[in-house]
Design a protein around this ligand. Sequence first.
Ligand code: PLP
Length: 374
Amino acid sequence: MAPAVYLDYNATAPLRPAAAAAMAAAMAHTGNPSSVHGFGRMARRKVEDARAEVAALVGARPDRVVFTGGGTEANNMALAGLGPRRRMVSAVEHDSVLKAAPEAEFLPVGADGVISLDALRDRLQRPAPPALVSVMLANNETGVVQPIAEVVALAHAHRILVHCDAVQAAGKIAIDMPALGVDLMSLSAHKFGGPQGVGALVLADTVEIEAMQRGGGQERGRRAGTENVAAIAGFGAAAAVVAARRQDEAANMTRLRRRLEAGALERVAGARLIGADAPRLPNTSCLTLPGVASETQVIGLDLAGIAVSAGAACSSGKVAPSHVLRAMGASEAEVLGSIRVSLGWASVADDVDRFVEAWSAVCARAAAASASAA
Ligand code: PLP
């Protein structure tokens, strides 16, 4: 049987060899980064080198990078770390934002998945405006990229802080945090070839947060606990590779994504590409075939050796219908028939061709089955 095809990079990307090597080297070394002796200093060096690499990825200062246990923790830290305040989040945020700010007002998106700047402008002029706005840089399900610099311009004019979840954007598009002007930015290593369970919250020079986790004074008192040196080293190594190769990788992903979308829409009658008219990440395609359940498509593809995801990645084994597609006004049949195909640094044309072939076969079988049942 042909080797399996992995097209679920937005759930997690394969570990880059440089990250694996950095982690192995860190794990082979004993030392607590807070210890003053040579062993400790060597571990500290690994953490600080990685901090510089992660900071460089988004154009930030290394001392503004707070290492966390992943993107979820970074989002929670951003939303809780500024203390109680009125919050507004986009309707298409990841659950780690939505559930960390359950009382927040929603910023709506249009049918293309892009947030409504008019709605934001309007809200900021009415009484009791939010004090923090959280809008992601790119969506995990559709790849739609948000106009963050414009959000910042509007919010800052009213002295409102902006948090940006850049977990899916990092490694796929260029990120210049000072140019975007955001106050807090979340990152996660495993979405671009670093290890799982490590991420960062990056703070603008003018912003400080209150620690959620208290204890030792690690991370400049912003997050207590002995650092996960190996994971941080892997994060740094992945960030360094991305800094060197992102443009070439993005060009490759864009070419492959176009091939995939053209092939899929040509072969499967009735299929639609969600967010087609919006600026999107080079790697993400959200396809829907109304009438054929996402699960049927995902399982059929899995049987053909191809890994994709049904809308949002799930943590509990079951997939909830996508709040993202609903917020975009997709019909229920489109929501229930959607899949996410996401490419990455190791994707090749053969992966795409096999996906197109297998997806059209799965959809044709499902159409034949429903015709014979009718
Ligand atoms: N934010 C976005 C947009 C995501 O896609 C994810 C993961 O799917 C997260 C946050 C959470 O990141 P982590 O898996 O590192 O907790």
